[in-house]
Design a protein around this ligand. Structure first.
Ligand code: GLC
Length: 558
C-alpha cells in the first residue's frame, strides 16, 4: 500500500513494582502518561493500521494497551506473583487448568481445540462433545496468556481447512467463506485414523447459521499474532484468503439500507429463537471488531487492497450508525418517549419510525440518570430495548463505543449490579421475556423459559469479556467483585454452563457441568487481572478518525 510505513514498536518495561493500592487504582491510560522506563525499539511488527493512516499515509504510534503486549515483553507489570498478594493463586486455579487440559481434542496427535463440555454425568451429549468455534475463544486466550500458542495455531489452521469444504443444507449451497459452528474428531482405534466432521448449521438444532464463527476466527487470528509476534500465520496466503472469504460474505452489497449486518435468529451465542433476528448487537459488535482486526492483518496487495478500502468505508458508516441509533441513555430514552411518528424525508428525527408506545415499561425504571448501553436491535419501527452483555462488552473492547459510551456502559453495570450480576456474573441479557410474549418470541421454547438459559440466564463464561471491559475502562475493582462471586460457587457447582433465576442463584435446569468455556473464562479473567497487559490481545484502541458526528446526550456528565 502506498504510504504504508513500518510501524514503530514501543516496548514498555516497568522497572519498579506496582503496590497493591496502586493496582487498585490502576488506570491504563494514566499509566501511559507516566511510563517509568521506556525502551524504544524499531522493528517490523504486527500493528494496527488506523483509518487515518490508510487515508493519509500516516502511521500512528502504538497505543499503550496494544504495545503493552508486544511480543517478547511478557508483561508490563513484571512482578512476581508472591509480591502481589492480592493475586495469590486461588486454590481452584490448578483444578481449572486440569479441567481445561482434560477437554483438549487431538487430531493426529496434535491439539486442535477443546470440547464444549466434559460432562460424563449428563445423559444427553448432543453436540457438547464438539469443538465449537465460539467456545474455543476463551480456551485459546487462556493458552495464549499461558505461553502455549500451538493449540491456537492448529485450531486456526484446522478451521481454515474446514472453511474450504463444500457446505450444504439439504440442496442449498452455503457461501464459500462460512466457518463452521463446531467440529468433531472421530478416532478409529482399529485403523488408527482420525477424521473430522464439521457442522456449518446443517446439523445444528433449528439449522441455525453460525454468523459469529468467522468473526471470532478473525479476532482470534489477531490475538494469536499479537500474543506471539508470529506474523507468518496471518500473512500466509491461506489466512489472507480465509479472511477475504469471510469478508466477502459480510461486505457484499445488496438491498440493505443500513451498514449493520442483517441476520436470522440463532446466529451467535444465542443459538435459538430468542427474537434477536434483524440487527443483533452481539453480531454488530463482533462484525465491527473483526473488521478492525482484519484491517490490521490484511496485506495491501492486489487482492487485499480492495477489501481494505471496503472495510474503511464500512467502519465509518457502521460506527456512525451504531453510536447514534443503538445508543440509549436517559436523555435518548426521553427523546424517544417524545418522538413524533410518520415523519417523511431527510429531516426526520425519528428515522426508523419507532412508536413511543412500544417502549417497554421496565426501561423507564431500569435506566439510571448516569449510564447507558447499546440496545439489542434497531430496525424499522422496532427497537429491542433489552440489554445484552456480550455485545456491550465487545463494543468496549473494539472501541465501537466511544470512551464516554464505554464509561456509561460500566456506570450502568454498577448501578444495576443486582439485576445484571446478582449472585452469578453475568446475565446474557436483561430482562427475560415471559407469558404471552415468551410464547410468541421463542415459539414456546421450554429451554428458554423466564430467567433461564438464553432468556435472562447467567453465564459464567461472560466473566472474561466483563473483566476485559473493566480493565480497558480502568475499573478493575468491578471485575474483582464479579470474580469473587464466581470463586465462591463455580468450582463447588462443578463449573456449570449457566445459572437460572432472577439473581442467577440456581444451577441451570439443563446446564452442562464442566462446561469448558466457564472454566477457561474464569482463567482468562484471573490472568488478565493479574497482568492487565494481556488485554492488548483482545482490545483495540479508539480510532480518532471515527469520532461520532452527533452527540445525542451527555448523561455521563450529569
Ligand atoms: C449452546 C450455546 C452456544 C454454545 C453451545 C456449546 O448451544 O447456546 O452458545 O456455543 O451451547 O457450548
Amino acid at each position: 500500500m502506498e504510504g504504508y510505513k513500518e510501524p514503530l514498536v514501543v516496548r514498555v518495561e516497568v522497572a519498579s513494582h506496582c503496590s497493591l493500592s496502586e493496582m487498585d487504582d490502576f488506570h491504563l491510560t494514566r499509566a501511559l502518561e507516566k511510563p517509568r522506563q521506556l525502551k524504544i525499539e524499531r522493528k517490523r511488527s504486527f500493528d494496527e493500521r488506523s483509518m487515518s493512516e490508510l487515508s493519509n499515509g500516516y502511521v500512528r504510534q502504538d497505543s499503550f494497551l496494544e504495545m503493552a503486549h508486544s511480543p517478547g515483553s511478557r508483561s508490563m507489570l513484571d512482578t512476581p506473583l508472591s509480591v502481589r498478594n492480592s493475586f495469590e493463586p486461588h486454590p481452584i486455579i490448578a483444578e481449572a487448568w486440569e479441567a481445561l487440559r482434560r477437554s483438549m481434542v487431538f487430531f493426529r496427535g496434535q491439539p486442535v481445540g477443546t470440547i464444549a463440555a466434559y460432562d460424563h454425568a449428563s445423559e444427553e451429549v448432543l453436540n457438547y462433545d464438539q469443538v465449537f468455534v465460539r467456545d474455543f475463544v476463551p480456551s485459546a486466550l487462556a493458552f495464549l496468556m499461558n505461553g502455549e500458542p500451538d493449540i491456537v495455531k492448529n485450531f486456526l489452521l484446522k478451521t481454515l481447512q474446514l472453511q474450504g469444504w463444500e457446505k450444504r443444507v439439504d440442496r442449498f449451497k452455503l457461501g464459500e467463506g462460512v466457518m463452521p459452528a463446531s467440529f468433531k474428531v472421530l478416532h478409529d482405534p482399529v485403523r488408527k485414523t482420525d477424521t473430522i466432521v464439521a457442522d456449518f448449521g446443517e446439523s445444528a438444532i433449528g439449522r441455525v447459521a453460525p454468523v459469529d464463527s468467522g468473526f471470532w476466527w478473525i479476532i482470534l487470528l489477531r490475538a494469536y499474532t499479537k500474543s506471539t509476534g508470529d506474523l507468518t500465520l496471518s500473512e500466509s496466503p491461506e489466512c489472507q484468503k480465509g479472511m477475504r472469504l469471510i469478508l466477502s460474505l459480510c461486505l457484499s452489497e445488496g438491498f440493505d439500507t443500513f451498514p449493520t449486518l442483517l441476520c436470522a435468529d440463532g446466529c451467535s451465542m444465542v443459538d435459538r429463537r430468542m427474537g434477536v433476528y434483524g440487527y443483533p448487537i452481539e453480531i454488530q459488535a463482533l462484525f465491527f471488531m473483526s473488521l478492525r482486526c482484519a484491517l490490521s492483518m490484511l496485506k495491501p496487495d492486489e487482492e487485499g487492497r480492495e477489501f481494505i478500502e471496503r472495510i474503511v468505508k464500512r467502519l465509518h458508516a457502521l460506527s456512525f450508525h451504531m453510536r447514534n441509533y443503538f445508543w440509549l441513555d436517559f436523555q435518548q430514552l426521553n427523546d424517544i418517549y417524545r418522538f413524533k411518528t410518520e415523519e417523511y424525508s431527510h429531516t426526520a428525527v425519528n428515522k426508523f419510525n419507532v412508536m413511543p408506545d412500544s417502549i417497554p415499561e421496565w426501561v423507564f425504571d431500569f435506566m439510571p440518570l448516569r449510564g447507558g448501553y447499546f440496545v439489542g436491535n434497531v430496525s424499522p419501527a422496532r427497537m429491542d430495548f433489552r440489554w445484552f452483555s456480550l455485545g456491550n462488552c465487545v463494543s468496549i473492547l473494539s472501541s465501537l463505543a466511544t470512551p464516554d459510551q464505554s464509561m456509561a456502559i460500566m456506570d450502568l453495570l454498577e448501578h444495576r449490579w443486582d439485576e445484571l450480576v446478582g449472585e452469578m456474573p453475568l446475565k446474557i441479557c436483561y430482562p427475560c421475556i415471559e407469558g404471552h410474549e415468551w410464547r410468541i418470541v421463542t415459539g414456546c421454547d421450554p429451554k428458554n423459559t423466564r430467567w433461564s438459559y438464553h432468556n435472562g440466564g447467567s453465564w459464567p463464561v461472560l466473566l472474561w469479556t466483563l473483566t476485559a471491559a473493566c480493565i480497558k475502562t480502568g475499573r478493575p475493582q468491578i471485575a474483582r467483585r464479579a470474580i469473587d462471586l464466581i470463586e465462591s460457587r463455580l468450582h463447588r457447582d462443578c463449573w456449570p454452563e449457566y445459572y437460572d433465576g432472577k439473581k442467577g442463584s440456581y444451577v441451570g435446569k439443563q446446564a452442562r457441568k464442566y462446561q469448558t468455556w466457564s472454566i477457561a473464562g474464569y482463567l482468562v479473567a484471573k490472568m488478565m487481572l493479574e497482568d492487565p497487559s494481556h488485554i492488548g490481545m483482545i482490545s483495540l484502541e479508539e480510532d480518532k478518525q471515527m469520532q461520532p458526528v452527533i452527540k445525542r446526550s451527555a448523561s455521563w456528565t450529569c
